[in-house]
Write a protein that binds this ligand. Structure first.
Ligand SMILES: [Zn+2]
Length: 121
């Protein structure tokens, strides 16, 4: 289940981001991932919930967005969708380079605001 290692990478990235905002935690985490990472969203959700259950991120929602895989031919500059790790240009048969499809990025975090402190006079 490679989703668990992806969750660990995401949690590292989230903790890094949260360092800038002491005392807050994330309520929603937006993540973009490439199609070629072959992530099963339901499995990723499940792993994320399991990994955060006992932490300050418990209950945090994961919003996933899949990025389609595309490649571009160096010869004729054509961009085309791909479904596998290697690909030839459908027009000229040249080996093409992947443009999108391998990303795994934290797009943004929606933070929970710290509770306002009541001033007791
Ligand atoms: Zn081409």
């Amino acid at each position: 289940m490679h989703e668990m290692s992806i969750v660990e990478a995401l949690l590292d990235a989230i903790q890094q981001e949260l360092k800038a905002y002491p005392g807050t935690t994330a309520q929603v985490v937006h993540v973009r991932y490439g199609q070629l990472r072959l992530i099963v969203p339901e499995t990723l959700q499940f792993c994320f919930a399991a990994a955060t259950r006992e932490t300050s991120l418990a209950g945090c929602r994961l919003e996933l967005e899949e990025v389609p895989a595309t490649a571009r031919c160096e010869q004729c500059r054509q961009e085309f969708p791909v479904a596998e790790e290697w690909f030839l240009c459908p027009t000229c048969g040249t080996m093409a380079a992947l443009v999108t499809g391998r990303e795994l990025e934290l797009v943004n975090l929606e933070l929970e605001q710290p509770q306002p402190v009541e001033c007791v006079s």
